[in-house]
Design a protein around this ligand. Structure first.
Ligand code: C2E
Ligand code: MG
Ligand code: MG
Length: 742
């Protein structure tokens, strides 16, 4: 049984897996691109927001400082102690960590006595810058006084709107900017720093590896679209820039540079790579799970489809290639596999057909069930007896075809005999005395002809084998084929031959022993074919097989009737003519009506036409023969039994059937001259027949001695070469004119 493989499924699954993987990779890349784009926008927003927040904070501080400065300026010139008091009041708002006024003379007045003072440098810086611009802002690194960065902001005090007399300044500690620098919207790790246009870090959220942003970036690889110089130029120009870079461990990070409103500073927002990664992983994970589920369902479906297909293939295979009764291969399978099996045997093989003789009897006697059991066990025996490279199938009912290894004729026949013995031993119906008998037709594969021709040849050999009594094994013989070809040619031309009157009636006289007077004649057909006169033995058996004899006999009969009518018309002596009728007419209902019609057509009395029916036919169909003979008698046709003594003559036939004459076969007479017993048998037979009132005609009388003996025995009429061979109609008519042959 052929296994339907899962290979297509596996191949398909692999292809699907590759396609899906490619799809996932593409999808993954696309997701990353989108995420990156998304992240960039996100950073840009966050950076802008942080910058705006910072600007807002600074603006607020600046406003407060300006308002406070106006108040302070209003009281100018300040009295002793007035400045500290005003500052203390203003400072009560608790907005700054420290407020103070730096005066031109270098002295500094603070809001209260407990505050930590600014460094001298810072105060100098404040005074220098406020003298030139409206607003001062700067960040100072931690000192021993201030443990953190501080932001100092200041505005000039210029009560006379001429030359400033000092500056009002404030201090904010680092904590105040934390919220702005911590980019909470970017996750826990998002943060920002403030740098100036040269990249120097002004304010950072945490300790950085270097004090300049360019030095920091030098450790990393910038994205292809950005260079250090390019960045420098952008910063110098005050542009907003987004810079991407890769860390040494290949993480992609971004920096967003947004200019601030003061000091040409920049807010630099940094976004850690893992923020992108985390989001991408999250999306990818979800997608993969989704893909997984989809593919699981898809593969499940695919598997299911293949299973269903596999099952139906199996069923189809069984229907198409398995013999349902025995489970063995059927003919289709044999055809399909034949070529490969044959080459598997290196063409050293023989095709064998075997047939169980009288299998029908098994069915009839024991029923189909038992018959089927026998066939199954035959298949089992073949299964065990055949070698793996050989094969067999059940062709039809009790016919099996085998393809066997072939070495030489002797060993092959020996093997088949052994097989027959095995079959006899194993496949006999239990409690039955019927022994399985098989016939083998063998075609040794010598030619490269199509399978069906080999099969025909084996069949032909089988037909032969069946006719044997023992050892029913027969090899195909080329002569058989030639015969078949010749027969085929005859079949092809017979209809045309009949139409073109190639068939001719010959007549052989039946005469009186003593006088030689012609008392009748037998019509014998001859075929004038291809320039030669063909004898009936060469075509009658074939015509009996293909049924053409029915037409031919009627043609000869019509010829006989036509002759009789011409003789009548021409005043020639008229003798009865005998016509041979094949056994096939016995079962043809048109037989007698046709004869009557023809006789009536030629206006000849029926008694002038004698029907010769062969003995063996009568013996096989006694009842039917009886009916036909009675029918013929009813219309006055005389009937002769032909070839009596040639086969298994039965006296029963004589007892049952009323013949007008009996023709002793030439075989029955052969060699009687030297055999006194035979002479007695012949004499006895003739006497017995005559006592029934039946005429005896002897066929094949070739010598005077034979003629004399038969005459003495009391035979009525003689037919044979001694008197005349079968002759053409014109010759016969001449003989008839003479009336006598002796
Ligand atoms: P049959 O009916 O027994 O015909 C007698 C055969 O013996 C004829 O052979 C005839 O030529 C042959 N014969 C006659 N005398 C002698 C003799 O002295 N010695 C020998 N050796 N043979 C002799 P034929 O014509 O070859 O016919 C053979 C058989 O063919 C006939 O045997 C008959 O059975 C059959 N047949 C002939 N014509 C027809 C026909 O038209 N229809 C049918 N159905 N069968 C026919
Ligand atoms: Mg005859
Ligand atoms: Mg005969």
């Amino acid at each position: 049984m052929q296994r339907v493989s899962f290979r297509p499924f596996i191949i398909f699954a692999l292809i699907a897996a590759v396609v899906v993987t490619a799809g996932v990779v593409l999808y993954w890349r696309q997701v990353n691109i989108l995420l990156e784009r998304d992240v960039k926008t996100h950073i840009a927003d966050a950076g802008r927001e942080a910058a705006a927040d910072f600007d807002r904070l600074v603006q607020t501080d600046r406003d407060i400082l300006n308002t406070s400065a106006i108040l302070i300026e209003d009281s100018y010139p300040w009295k002793e102690g007035q400045l500290p008091e005003m500052l203390a009041r203003l400072d009560q708002r608790d907005h700054f960590n420290l407020m103070g006024v730096a005066l031109d003379n270098g002295s500094v007045v603070y809001a209260g006595p407990s505050v930590v003072p600014l460094s001298k440098e810072a105060v100098a810086d404040v005074l220098t810058h406020t003298a030139k611009s409206d607003f001062y802002i700067n960040v100072f690194p931690p000192t021993s006084k201030y443990k953190t960065h501080i932001m100092v902001q200041a505005v000039a005090l210029d009560p006379n709107d001429a030359t400033p007399v000092g500056a009002l300044f404030s201090v904010q500690k680092e904590i105040y900017y934390r919220e702005v620098l911590a980019l909470s919207s970017m996750g826990a790790d998002g943060h920002a720093i403030i740098v100036n246009r040269s990249g120097d870090v002004v304010l950072a959220y945490e300790q950085l590896p270097a004090k300049n942003i360019f030095s920091i970036l030098q450790r990393y690889t910038l994205d292809a679209n950005m260079t250090m110089d390019g960045l420098r130029r952008s910063l110098a120009a005050g542009d907003t820039v987004l810079v991407g870079y890769y860390t040494p461990d290949n993480l992609h990070n971004f920096l967003q540079f947004v200019p601030l409103s003061v000091n040409g500073w920049y807010m630099v927002s940094a976004i850690p790579a893992n923020y992108v990664e985390a989001q991408a992983t999250q999306v990818a994970k979800l997608s993969l799970i989704l893909f997984g589920i989809v593919f699981f369902v898809f593969y499940l479906l695919l598997f299911f489809i293949f299973r269903v297909r596999d099952d139906s293939n199996r069923q189809l295979f069984a229907t198409a290639f398995v013999d349902p009764l025995t489970g063995a291969d059927n003919f289709n399978r044999m055809c399909e596999q034949f070529a490969s099996k044959l080459s598997g045997l290196n063409r050293q093989a023989a095709l064998v057909i075997f047939d169980i003789n009288k299998f029908k009897v098994i069915n009839d006697l024991h029923g189909y069930e038992r018959g089927n059991e026998v066939l199954k066990s035959v298949a089992q025996v073949l299964q065990t007896e055949l070698q793996p490279e050989e094969s067999f199938c059940r062709l039809s009912a009790d016919n099996f075809i085998l393809l066997l290894k072939y070495e030489d004729r002797r060993s092959f026949l020996k093997r088949l005999k052994a097989l027959a013995t095995q079959l006899k031993r194993n496949c006999t119906v239990a409690e039955s005395c019927l022994v399985l008998d098989v016939a083998f037709g063998i075609y040794e594969i010598t030619e490269d002809v199509p399978f069906y021709i080999m099969l025909d040849r084996a069949h032909l050999a089988l037909e032969h084998a069946k006719t044997r009594t023992f050892d029913k094994c027969e090899f195909y013989d080329e002569a058989d084929r030639n015969r078949i070809v010749a027969e085929q040619q005859i079949e092809n031309s017979m209809e045309a031959a009949l139409a073109s009157r190639e068939f001719e009636i010959y007549l052989q006289p039946k005469c009186d022993f003593v006088t030689g007077e012609i008392l009748g004649a037998e019509s014998l057909v001859r075929w004038n074919h291809d320039g030669r006169v063909v004898r009936p033995d060469e075509f009658i058996p074939l015509f009996e097989r293909n049924g053409f004899i029915l037409q031919l006999d009627m043609f000869i009969m019509e010829e006989a009737a036509r002759l009789l009518s011409t003789w009548q018309a021409n005043g020639l002596p008229v003798v009865p003519l005998a016509v041979n009728f094949s056994r096939l007419h016995l079962n043809d209902a048109r037989f007698i009506p046709q004869m009557r019609r023809i006789m009536a057509q030629y206006n000849v009395p029926n008694k002038l036409l004698e029907a010769e029916i062969t003995e063996s036919v009568i013996f096989n169909n006694l009842e039917r023969a009886q009916e036909v003979i009675s029918g013929l008698h009813l219309y006055g046709f005389p009937v002769a039994m032909d070839d009596f003594g040639s086969g298994y003559s039965s006296l029963n036939v004589l007892k049952e059937l009323k013949f007008d004459s009996i023709k002793l076969d030439k075989e029955f007479l052969s060699g009687f001259e030297e055999n006194p017993r035979a002479q007695k048998v012949i004499e006895g037979a003739i006497n017995m027949i005559k006592t029934l009132g039946v005429k005896v005609v002897t066929e094949g009388v070739e010598t005077r001695e034979q003629a004399d003996f038969l005459r003495k025995c009391g035979a009525d009429l003689a037919q044979g070469y001694f008197f005349s061979r079968p002759v053409t109609v014109s010759t016969f008519e001449q003989l008839l004119q003479k009336r006598t042959l002796l």
